[in-house]
Design a protein around this ligand. Structure first.
Ligand code: MSP
Length: 499
């Protein structure tokens, strides 16, 4: 394992407001960052997110809002920043592609690739969907319609600049075969491999004529063209960490990234275009690209164009931030699609949070108050103890299980491990019946019993912190050092029948 951790989310388009899909990737990155800060120290973790602010979509949205593109993106990128703040997202840097530090690097990259002959001038003739900003083959655009949005495509002829993807196809295939962990989950790796084995890569058209689109980064060697938004956007991952800075350092402390996170919709850009761009620039590749699944509403992907988006802030207002974060990370194995519904949030909330976690904390603290006047029994537990041994073993095991889960971006299994301990502790209470120990005045046993529960909660809070920072802190505060400060139940049950 590298001794630093650089993690990125996609930079989101600012033409629409953020929804739960965007928050999913960003919260996942936040969980990993918080976890890695605990493991490696704060100074060795860098969490980058940001906004993708050029291109046709943005220009159109700005027009519709009757704002200049710059005013529009200034306004909308703030929505993302403020949402991340509300969701306790602890990013280290937020990059915007309209920033000078980014534009400079994009132009540098273009210039280098042009001089090396990897970018060349060519003529493009074919079908184009303006709203989607995508070129299509005759065979794809059946009936003259864009296969994505079903709107008519246009026939265009124009001079453009192309990046020689085709030249690097064999190299990429070879790289993937040698680095089977480069793309996760495995199904996405297989998909990329198959795609490269079955198709011949076309060179990528990386420019747009200014008369068709002016809202972009000008090509340094062709005044009449701006860069294609994807070519511009991918470069954020290196521009944000100061590649090609004034001293000519290609690598900063952070590059290469340990992990690029995203959903499967933008897999190809990250597993084909981006590695080839980096390789052509002689820059090391990121360690891993993880493409998770989609949150669906019924059978549809959540998206602005389908009009089915859910606002994360509404969910937070109803169920609380940590319940929302927990739900996203627990409900669906990372990598698979999930179906989003409030019923399933409520179910998780009531069973896992109110019943399991909330009750364990509340009951334990109530007993510390009742039997020991709030003072945590000052004794040392022994792993050989007949009554405590099993739970102590589970606690001992928890760190490595959480670490294994998070090392594979398997959030739900890490949480499952924590909940196994919680369940075991709850069972222990029911089985031991502490009220009987108290009645029979078995002081030593009662002390051991309570201490075990307090230690369990402390461990649970420590491991929960990356997922649910506020809850973890609240538990830690309630536990205090030696005397507890019990608060209200963490997750009061949501009564659904009454609604
Ligand atoms: N701007 C590009 C990314 C450039 S990265 C160099 C882009 N932006 S986007 O706003 O469309 O964001 C796409 C990403 O948002 C997905 O890859 C995923 O991280 C997240 N999600 C958007 N909708 C989602 C779901 N319905 N479900 C899960 N994640 C979703 O593409």
């Amino acid at each position: 394992m590298a001794n630093k951790f650089y993690i990125t989310t996609p930079i989101y388009y600012v033409n629409a407001s953020p929804h739960i899909g965007h928050s999913y990737t960003t919260i996942a990155a936040d969980v990993l960052s918080r976890y890695m800060r605990q493991a490696l120290g704060k100074e060795n973790v860098w969490f980058l997110t940001g906004t993708d602010e050029h291109g046709q979509k943005i220009q159109k949205a700005a027009d519709a809002a009757k704002l200049s593109p710059q005013d529009f993106v200034d306004k909308t990128s703030e929505q993302f920043k403020s949402l991340w703040k509300s969701l306790d997202v602890s990013y280290d840097d937020f990059i915007r592609t309209t920033e000078e530090r980014h534009i400079k690097v994009v132009q540098k990259v273009l210039q280098i690739l042009y001089e090396r002959g990897d970018i060349y001038e060519g003529r493009y003739e074919g079908l184009y969907c303006t709203p989607c900003e995508t070129f299509w083959l005759e065979s794809q655009a059946t009936g003259g319609l864009c296969p994505d949005c079903r709107r008519p495509v246009e026939h265009i002829v124009e001079t453009n600049y192309f990046f020689k993807l085709s030249k690097y196809q064999e190299w990429l295939l070879d790289h993937l075969k040698k680095n089977t962990d480069f793309i996760k989950p495995a199904s996405r790796y297989e998909e990329t491999l198959r795609f490269l084995e079955l198709n011949k890569l076309n060179d990528l058209c990386i420019s747009r004529p200014k008369e068709r689109l002016s809202w972009g980064i000008p090509l340094p060697f062709a005044a009449g063209h701006v860069a294609y938004v994807w070519f511009d956007a991918l470069i954020n991952y290196i521009s944000a960490v100061g590649s090609f800075d004034d001293k000519g350092n290609y690598q900063s402390k952070w590059w290469p990234a340990q992990l690029h996170l995203m959903a499967k919709d933008i897999l190809r850009q990250h597993t084909v275009y981006w590695p080839i761009m980096l390789h052509a620039l002689n820059i090391p590749l990121p360690q891993k690209v993880f493409a998770h699944g989609w949150w669906m509403i019924n059978e549809d992907k959540m998206s602005k164009s389908r009009g089915n988006v859910v606002n994360p802030l509404d969910m937070v207002e109803k169920y609380g931030l940590d319940a929302y974060r927990y739900f996203l990370m627990r409900e669906v194995p990372f990598g698979l699609d999930g179906s989003f519904s409030e019923e399933s949030i409520i179910k998780r909330y009531n069973s896992d949070l109110a019943n399991d976690l909330g009750n364990l904390v509340y009951r334990t603290l109530t007993m510390v108050e009742k039997y020991f006047n709030g003072a945590i029994p000052d004794i040392k537990l022994s792993p050989d103890s007949k009554t405590s041994g099993e739970i102590l073993a589970k606690i001992k095991d928890l760190g490595s299980r959480v670490s294994a889960g998070l090392g594979d971006q398997d959030f739900s299994s890490a949480l499952e491990a924590i909940w196994e301990l919680i369940a075991m502790a709850n069972k222990h209470i029911e089985y031991t019946k502490p009220w009987n120990l108290a009645k029979e005045n078995k002081q030593d046993e009662l002390k051991e019993f309570i201490r075990l529960l307090v230690d369990t909660i402390r461990e649970v809070a420590r491991h929960l912190y990356p997922f649910m920072p506020r809850t973890a802190e609240s538990i830690q505060i309630q536990l205090g050092a030696t005397v507890i400060k019990k608060g209200n139940p963490l997750f009061p049950r949501i009564e659904t029948e009454k609604k």
